[in-house]
Structures are given as C-alpha cells and as structure tokens.
Design a protein around this ligand. Structure first.
Ligand SMILES: C[S@@+](CC[C@H](N)C(=O)[O-])C[C@H]1O[C@@H](n2cnc3c(N)ncnc32)[C@H](O)[C@@H]1O
Length: 220
C-alpha cells in the first residue's frame, strides 16, 4: 500500500497495524521533517518503508501497489493531472486509491465579527494550491483513466473548542498575517473573538472533506 504525502504517519501506522508484517506500507512525502516524524511514529512496524519523493514523480516501477491513499495532499499539488498519472501508473490494474481533500469554502466557524473571520479564512486559502479541489476531482480522475467508485463527504463538526479545532486556529492565526490584507492584529483579534464566542455559548465549527474511491480499471 502506498501512502502519498504521509505527513506525520498516522495513516501509515494504522494500516501497518491492520495489514501485519506480511503486508507492506510505503510512505512517501516531499518533506524530510514529516518523514522523520512518520518514521518515529511507525518505529514498531518494520514493514513500513519511507521515501522522500514528490506526488508527481513517484520513484516506483509501474503496477507496484495494490492500493494507495492521498489524504489532504493533492490540494497542495500544482500539477494534479501529473500526480494522477503517477498514481495510476504505480497502481496495478484493478488497484484502488482513496483520495481525501477538503473544500475550504465548507468551513463554518462562528465569530462575533464575521467579516473579519471571512478575511482570515480568505488569507488562509493561500496555504494551498487549490482550496476547492474536491469540486473538480471527479472529472480529473475520469480524464486520468480512473473509475470513480464512490464520493463521500466527511464532516468535522463541534459545538465546543476541541483540541483539533484549537490546533487549526493556532495554525491559521500564525499563517495569515501579511496575506490578502490580513494583519497580525486581525489574527489576534479573531482568536479572542473565538474565545468570546465560546464563552457566550455560541461556539460552532464545521468543515467538510470529500473522500473519493478511485480504481484503475482491471483491463488497463
Ligand atoms: C496536510 S498534510 C497531510 C498528511 C497526512 N496525509 C495526513 O492526513 O495526516 C500534507 C502532507 O502532504 C505533503 N505534500 C504536499 N505536497 C506534496 C507533494 N507534491 N508530494 C509529496 N508530498 C506532498 C506535505 O509535506 C505534508 O506532509
């Protein structure tokens, strides 16, 4: 199984545990720092291997893998057709891929100053190549020779500032200053606004990722 853009290795570790030592998980990422974290997380699984590589130039022979996953990775990739070409090449005929990306327009995060929150979210979109990739992924997969077996929304939703959401708020507030007109003062004020919204009992967060199950046709 190929984990494209494995990041800190959560999925690679889970799949390694599922498939056991008779299976093999191959984790790739273009970031050395992420690969180091993934290696650490997967230390107990010798059947996970690691490669520093780009999603659009996979360093494997054709038809090497039964299955692949790319979770929140293609939204960062500038040449999606090249990445999908590589994905199809690396999968054996009949092999399956799970692709998950977020449509960041789906983010609903209540704030007392909604106009400021909208400016912050607009600036955050700069951290990606395409913050709305799921909308065009089905046709892109078809054009790249995949069958699309299923598409499902996966929504993260909470009425409380849970650790995942607080971590995201910290990432966003650190990223946006100086982008698309957002300032450090805006970012700090937005964080305070989230706290005030929570204290007032109005906390509301919702964000949707879309999961695509794609298959390389068996007779390919
Ligand atoms: C948001 S993280 C997701 C990590 C992991 N898939 C997960 O779900 O926890 C995105 C990862 O994709 C990697 N990445 C982004 N663009 C890439 C590319 N073109 N080729 C390989 N890895 C890439 C980043 O280095 C980062 O580790």
């Amino acid at each position: 199984m190929l984990d494209i853009g494995a990041g800190p290795g959560f999925l690679a570790a889970e799949i390694a545990s599922e498939v056991g030592p008779s299976g093999h998980v191959c984790a790739i990422d273009r970031s050395r720092e992420m690969l180091a974290r993934a290696k650490h997380r997967c230390a107990q699984y010798p059947h996970v291997t690691f490669h520093e590589a780009d999603a659009d130039a996979l360093p494997f022979p054709a038809a090497s893998f039964d299955a692949a996953a790319a979770v929140q990775v293609y939204e960062y990739v500038s040449d999606i057709p090249a990445a999908l070409y590589e994905l199809r090449r690396a999968l054996r005929p009949g092999g399956r891929a799970v692709i998950v990306d977020i449509d960041w327009a789906s983010m609903v995060w209540e704030a007392q100053d909604r106009a400021r929150a909208t400016r912050i979210f607009h600036a955050w979109e700069e951290h990606l190549t395409d913050s709305h990739l799921p909308r065009r992924l089905s046709p892109l997969l078809h054009e790249s020779g995949f069958d699309v077996a299923a598409v499902e929304p996966c929504t993260a939703f909470t009425l409380h500032p849970e650790p995942f959401v607080e971590g995201l708020a910290t990432l966003i507030s650190g990223f946006v200053p100086g982008r698309r007109g957002a300032t450090a003062e805006d970012a700090a004020a937005w964080l305070e606004d989230l706290s005030a919204t929570s204290s007032a009992g109005n906390y509301f967060f919702s964000l949707t990722a879309y999961l695509f199950l794609a298959r390389r046709p068996p007779a390919d």
